[in-house]
Design a protein around this ligand. Sequence first.
Ligand SMILES: [Zn+2]
Length: 189
Amino acid sequence: MIIDCPVCSGKGTAESTTKTENIPHFGEILESSLICTSCGFKHNDIICLEQKDPTKYTLAINKDNLSSRVVKSQSATVSIPEFGIKVEPGPKSVGYVSNIEGVIIRFCEGVKQALTLFDDEESQKNGTNILKKLNKIVNGEIEATLVIEDPFGQSKVMDINVKKEQISEEDLKHLKTGFAIFEDTHNNQ
Ligand SMILES: [Zn+2]
């Protein structure tokens, strides 16, 4: 569907597509994307069409499960606790369907981006170190834990050894949802 771009307001410059896909053992998902040919704006989202509880997935990554399928929704927090790295949802978060290796590669891209932003010695040392470890996971040389927490339960990790648990009320309070909340500052007229 051709629409006006919500970002640059270009008349009929954006194309919006939605498709549903049935992923075995996952169920039906809706993949939507928006691409503007004028300003280059791109947005992707994955919505699971079934109502789900807040869910946490924990998986020990090793060379045998790098190709296990992952559905990461816009609202999910992805982390590798051993390395102290975490990607929390924000207004620019996207959903995607990938595999474990793809998730690690996205982490690498994030770290590389951080390395260009923070040029002090300590950040460079930490970033380079994390990058080395991430590469070792992709090469199957070391193991690490992947944690995906989704307050709306729309993400999934498809692996026989994945630990799936419901997120407690308490933990839920500390999870970001990816939706910005603006405080009303006009109360005290
Ligand atoms: Zn645009």
